[in-house]
Ligand binder design. Structure first.
Ligand code: GDP
Length: 195
């Protein structure tokens, strides 16, 4: 996709702020700091468009990025902060569930995992959740530049095994820093858009 125009439509704290339906959406899920904002920036080829390094305790929001008014990348609130209260965690769960269940424009969910680490409990829960709502749950293994290329497959096999992913070739090693597989992710997006 040739990127002509990118906008942050809204940083939504609740449902009535979501932009109107009608434009295909792809959501990005994953623990805080996994590299969701960096992936968005790499895809749109901007250095600092999506805010990176979200801070703990920050208001949980769903951020809608519009690309050429033909696609929206939707940054879901990250999980995994130990300090978050039970109340905040519940709010997070309701917000994500509501979006995944009710959003008609949502075509697919990408789950981002750090290539270096085996998936944690929250990652497993998120993956199962995504699947249970009828999405494929495309896994992107981020920060691939942090390990040697020769070790990627070993790490990807661990991720596939832990999550029960049948086709480990569907897991995409990715680096925002080194621009690894940016084109591949775009290809996946384009295929989703024509489905
Ligand atoms: P988010 O909380 O999921 O949006 O994560 P960010 O995109 O803010 O990234 C969290 C941290 O990881 C930042 O310090 C990024 O610079 C770093 N990071 C993100 N992607 C990569 C990557 O591909 N390679 C490396 N080395 N660092 C990355």
């Amino acid at each position: 996709m040739k990127i002509k125009d990118v906008k942050l439509l809204i940083t939504a704290v609740n449902e009535n702020q979501y932009p109107s339906e009608g434009v295909a959406e792809i959501a990005l899920a994953g623990r805080s700091n996994v590299g969701k904002s960096s992936l968005i920036n790499a895809l749109i080829n901007r250095r600092n468009f999506a805010r990176t390094s979200s801070q703990p305790g920050k208001t949980q929001t769903i951020n809608f990025y519009s690309i050429n008014e033909e696609l929206r990348l939707v940054d879901l609130p990250g999980y995994g902060y130990a300090k978050v209260s039970v109340k905040e965690r519940e709010k997070w769960g309701k917000m994500i569930e509501n979006y995944l269940v009710n959003r008609k424009s949502l075509k697919e969910v990408f789950l981002l995992l750090d290539i270096r680490h085996a998936p944690g409990e929250h990652d497993k829960m998120m993956y199962n959740w995504i699947k249970s709502f009828g999405y494929k749950g495309i896994i992107i293994a981020t920060k691939a530049d942090k390990i040697a290329k020769g070790k990627w497959q070993k790490h990807i096999s661990i991720i596939a095994k832990e999550l029960g992913v049948e086709d480990k070739n569907s897991i995409v090693p990715f680096s925002a820093t080194k621009k690894v597989n940016v084109d591949k992710v775009w290809e996946i997006i384009e295929n989703i858009l024509v489905e």
